[in-house]
Design a protein around this ligand. Sequence first.
Ligand code: FAD
Length: 729
Amino acid sequence: MSIGFTAEHTELAASVSGLVARHAARADTRTRLDGLAAGERPPCWTVLQEQGLLTLHLPEACGGNGFGQRDLAVVLEATGHGLLPGPYLPTVLAGAVVADSGAGRGRNALLSAVAAGASATAALGIGGLSAQPRGDGYHVTGVAAGVLGAVSADHLVLGARLTGGLDSGHDEVWFTVPAHEVEVTSERGIDLTRDLGTVRVGLVVAPEHVLTGTDASCIAATAATLAAAEAAGLIRWCLESVLEYVKVREQFGKPIGSYQAIKHRCARLFITAETAAAAAWDAARAAGGDEHQRRQAASAAAVTCLPAAVDAALDAITIFGGIGFTWEHDVHLYWRRAISLRALLGPTGEWARHLGLLALEQDRDFEVHDLEVDGAVRAEIVTDFARVAALPAGQRRNELAVLGYAAPHYPRPYGRAAGPAEQLVIAREFDSAGIEQPYMSVGEWALPTILSHGNDAQRERFVGPSLSGEITWCQLFSEPGAGSDLASLATKATRIEGGWRLNGQKVWTSLAHLADWGICLARTDDSVPRHAGLSYFLVNMRAEGVDIRPLRQSTGAEEFNEVFLNDVFVPDDCLVGEPGQGWALARTTLSNERLTISTEASPSNLGLLRRHIRQGTIPIEGPDATRVLGELTAAENAVSALNLRSLLARLSGFAPDASTSLAKVATTLCTRATCAAIVDFLGPLAAYANPDSSEATWSYLNLPNYLIGGGTLEIQYNIIAERILGLPR
Ligand SMILES: Cc1cc2nc3c(=O)[nH]c(=O)nc-3n(C[C@H](O)[C@H](O)[C@H](O)COP(=O)(O)OP(=O)(O)OC[C@H]3O[C@@H](n4cnc5c(N)ncnc54)[C@H](O)[C@@H]3O)c2cc1C
């Protein structure tokens, strides 16, 4: 999913991509590299100005379109994807910085000039510039190196360290200056498609050119937001180009995309592209809001997107092989831009440290605030919850099920057929009423299968009682000889009078010892291809012949079991769907399992770490520790943003597709990193099973649950590569 996923944003991205392809084709860009480095603007500049793309994020009063940074991020992703040459990023950055600062004649002059087609840039730090108060203004001298777009800029935004007379309480001053008042030297930049300059300054800045209400960190946050969006575009180009190539390039007589090593690399590149888009989207949506939130989201985007773009391009080069290392191949142009962006934005470790400190003060807000839910529906929800809250605790769950709140996204009469917005309103009502949301464990993925593929009688018999907690479930899929390769399972179901007789052994069956019913895959036909010979049964766990033997996990807990099925009779009315449809039904189940795992796993772990740090059980000392915390926060924020985006994009609640594999992998990797860090932070405490550390170390010992349960990472990579990316099976 690109940064923009609404219809308007998809249209905007497509139109910008088309514009870049028509007016800034790469072959043409290659003929202009010397001119671009020397500060020439590409021919497409006039089109960018005419289409309003230089100013779409600026206030209408300044000649802009008033759209803000969310739309700008969509455009930047498209211009990054198309490797738009010239100073577009520095110009829109300067516009954003100036628009966000206090009013002044200089501010308006720069914005009006950009609206009329001028180019501009903003330095990303104060560099070697110093300023002394002079009358109402400042005398500024010194050198600012490495300013992207400085050579082509008609106007610059610069910052200087204030020396002497710190009466204002500020130690830096930011101002706008026309290019002809400074001396700019062109530098050889690693990004061949836009210019880089060193700016020498010796001038008096008049008060009307001084920007108020901004500083280097504020400007850096804006720059990180915009650069992250561009980086997301670079990554997506790498992914798409690689996919195109691996489907046609043959080695050893087959397309290289059919080799698992390549598939898994493509799957990881896809995950990188998706998380980068999510992080960049999150930073853009935070722009203009609460400053702490904005800085947190911008820092997270810098940590997630900028190094990822560099790695993605390098990965792409190695997947292309020798051809990727040639001057003629475009991938190095993308790599160069990614390296340049990362370098100019400053060390990723610094961004991570900054984020680590911010995360200790406040969590990033992933709530959706502007929910469009009918007033009458809202009122009904509030009234219903008040009624439920007034009931004795033991009666609440049943009432929630009866009213459709146990699974609001299910169709009526089981749920409320609630869309995403209504689901969120209900989730909040659970919180504010202090009522626990029913969680059905395996039932969370068993019921959607029964709802989608079962008959009326099965829905009637199982869905309601499961929602009210009367029936609990386990999943009888895995066998000693069939784990990842589930379709090779050997449990046999033989047709008999009135039903089926099941024989076989299941293993790793979570909660079988507690469950009332099990969803069970068994082979009903040996004579057809193996996927076509499976059927999907509902097995009464108390039936004769069901032998459950607990297995102890490495955590010490006994949560999963071996289950032996010895001549277990399953009546016809407990076959779901038709005989032979089991594989299709199992896919619905597994997809919902991954969805549940990905939404329940990660955030609680980082929350746990932050809680321990705040309590002092885990000491966080030194820059390394804050850096690690920042890196984990960036990863977790990206996962939360991914989840939020898919929630916002999803129309119905119980038909997840293969993208649940993406969420599962991203969540699992994040959880693994967090759990490992917790143990590391604990130091020697982690060696003890004492009450201070046991919760934290237990979460680490329990990690295989996420890594293996619901399908291992390798299997998720296979699913992503084949079902989402279309690589050959
Ligand atoms: C805590 C926990 C709870 C579970 N609960 C249940 C449950 O309730 N019900 C149930 O039915 N199952 C359950 N499982 C089983 C789980 O689904 C399987 O363990 C999982 O699918 C892996 O199968 P396996 O253990 O046989 O490993 P294997 O499939 O033998 O895999 C071993 C290794 O080989 C790799 N591998 C296998 N095939 C490929 C391939 N094609 N390409 C690349 N690598 C491959 C795997 O990634 C893995 O690293 C649970 C597992 C755990 C850990």
